[in-house]
Design a protein around this ligand. Sequence first.
Ligand code: AMP
Length: 407
Amino acid sequence: MPFKALKLSDSVLRGVQAAGYTDPTPIQLRAIPAVLTGGDLIASAQTGTGKTAAFALPILTRLGNHGRVRVLVLEPTRELAAQVETAFHDFARFTDLRTVAIFGGVGYGHQRTELKRGVDIIVATPGRLMDYLKERTISLQDISILVLDEVDRMLDMGFLPVVRDIISRCPRERQTLFFSATVPPEIAAVASFALRNPTKVEIGVARSVVASVNHALYPVAAEQKFDLLEALLAKIEFDSVLVFSRTKHGADKIARRLKAANHSVAVLHANRSQNQRIEALAGFKSGKYEVMVATDIAARGIDVAGISHVINYDVPEKPEDYVHRIGRTGRAQAVGDAFTLVTPENAGDIRDIQRFIGAKIPELRLEGFDYKAFAARPQQAEPQRPRGSLPGQIRHKGSFNRYRGRR
Ligand code: AMP
């Protein structure tokens, strides 16, 4: 079914066309009609499934023309708020609807100016939004659509109390759209507080790994992790690589060592200033940095078109983060690779991840790498890769640019 059949307004359809989308993704097919009816929605969808457009397009259609602040979208991180606001802004380019992103770590000036000009849609992180609510710069009295996005991550970040406060400041008569990859009891409580008789949309198995990602484990001794990372980077043909570290300190350390090894590296974690975070992400998107080292919170939901590889330098703490991390590559039908370095201490975590995703992740060894502690392990040959470029093959960067320019 094409987008045209989905009863979106003409100006929104033009925005979709300009974005280069031809066919709706499964979550868009299911969620768009549900949102257009005006009812509540609770959805679990994998990252990279087209979730943003699934709510943005019907919301823009429902709003029609410029008026008061009628839509509030809450996001757990600044990067996500910026990204989702950009998506709304792009899809709305043939309408007179106005959007603003509200998040901390930057000055108030620009945000205040935009608010004064009058906006229809606010995409915000909870903390900075509360500042404006307390000083009464923003009123939520006309909110008719509330979107709570990535609610499980809001829980992780300790935002749930303030999210509840914000929900209770919105009118009772409203449409609420609720997105969460997982629904543990705390989140179920917020859902029942926020939603009325919601339509449920579950896309695929919320736990599955995006089908277009080839993923593999690389067992290694703890003291050889960095050497293996370097060896992998030297061997694989990549456009851009996102490296995950469990800790901020670890991310800084990896970045320092990669820089010393002449890689162009960006770092993204919560202790960096907002300007540093913006610069890191923009530089990674533009290709200025070939590697970005990030922690989970900073990287959640981030959409960079050209990520060819995700490398988990550290095994994620929570099984669902494995799915989120490797969902950073292979987004929207592109092919990506995701490698996880595993030390013997990670055996339990890997078991949990495999149970969570319901699949066994193949174990690989990097040919030519001088393994110290794993020499005696049974070996498995590196599998044939469908796109015909074995990790050992090196091509000139940019010779295989299937990612760039997709957005
Ligand atoms: P999201 O899950 O919303 O972060 O979207 C993931 C990526 O898929 C983004 O780069 C979107 O621009 C892209 N995308 C979303 N919907 C479509 C579609 N129907 N066709 C092609 N690309 C899409």
